[in-house]
Design a protein around this ligand. Sequence first.
Ligand SMILES: CSC[C@H]1O[C@@H](n2cnc3c(O)ncnc32)[C@H](O)[C@@H]1O
Ligand SMILES: [Zn+2]
Length: 430
Amino acid sequence: MSILIQQATILTMKDTDAPFTGDIRVEGDRITQIAEHILPQPQDEIIDGRNKVAMPGLINAHQHTPMSLLRGFSDDLKLMDWLERKMLPAEARMNPEDIYWGAKLSIAEMIRSGTTAFADMYIHMNEIAEAVKQTGMRASLTRGMVFLEDDGGRRLQEAIDLVERWSGAAEGRITTMYGPHSPYTCPVEPLREVIALAVTEDIPLHIHLAETKEEVMKIRERYGMTPTEYLEEAGMFEQAHVLLAHGVHLNRRDIGRLKGMRGGVAHNPVSNLKLGCGIAPITEMLAQGINVGIGTDGAGSATTVDMFEEIKAATWLQKLDYGDPTRLPAKDVLSMATRGSASLLGLQNEVGILEVGHKADLILIDLAKPHLQPVHEVESLLAYSVNGADVDTTIVNGQILMRGRKLLTIDEDELYREVKVRAKRIVEGI
Ligand SMILES: CSC[C@H]1O[C@@H](n2cnc3c(O)ncnc32)[C@H](O)[C@@H]1O
Ligand SMILES: [Zn+2]
């Protein structure tokens, strides 16, 4: 199968390239040509790129996909009340099939809004992996582990099984990580055990870090240090590739501890705003050479998983926080949502830029809309004016998952029927 996108405005996201008008050929799962004009071949599926921007798909670096079932169920609460009084009881009622449909709902929303890969941390990961496999998405999957009660090693065994069964599955679209949930849910012994496993197997780690002031206080009371120091003392930044979600409350010394680490920080600005957590020191981390990507967190807190909303929130928060509109300019925030997130998933040599030889994960954005005209600076439009509904076409691994806003791998009527019944049952009485 080959695809030829003709006469699009191409934004490769490579440092050396300005946007230009041209063609892109996709053969199998890879980009094989990018040029001003490419001769069509008889087998090509032609996509008209006029009035459209072709860019790398956005990469959501921190998700809890099945939480789409809990969207709008318990708003306007503090994080710990929200999590302990609402989310955890609801999650205890989710069966594996609910997880599958919740993940599929999130995946549908992500494909529709231009996301081509995501990092997920949740439970019942086999069902999420099946949803990824069937829908054609790319994902890095993590079995989240809370070590507050003894479970006879069940969670860790499930995490090990996930890694063994799904790493490299679905034509290589699925990768895996180990996921100790957070400093406040992981005492040092099991934390060290998971870090050792990750290092031995060279599997990345995915963990929440320093999301709230309460977390910082709790870890100070328990261990006499900051959450970042706690992870450092446990050996997390020595060898492993680590995806740190949030990193809101980091002091200057904490940022210094992350310098030179493998992996980096997934910024989740909408979730941080909605839960009143604070503003992460993104521009300071970038200035220190720390890799920063963007995620949504689950739809239970972010309310949508539209990465264009996150891009806007990320740049505007930095400008507001420092009283400086030059902070986190359009190009930089777009780079975070593509290349930065790709590095967090360990996929920087495969996705995140449009490049011959890279995997064909790309999106087309329709500019023939009043809010996207005229076109002065493409990057400015993408960062500040585009929203998820402007995405026309989504391609992952060379497969078209949405064309002309029609999903091609998901039956949306069936999806909404399943979700409605399941979501109602899960939250009843909570
Ligand atoms: C054990 S699977 C993952 C676990 O994380 C919970 N979760 C969702 N959002 C957040 C957040 O912002 N901070 C901490 N934990 C979060 C989710 O409900 C699952 O239980
Ligand atoms: Zn999270």
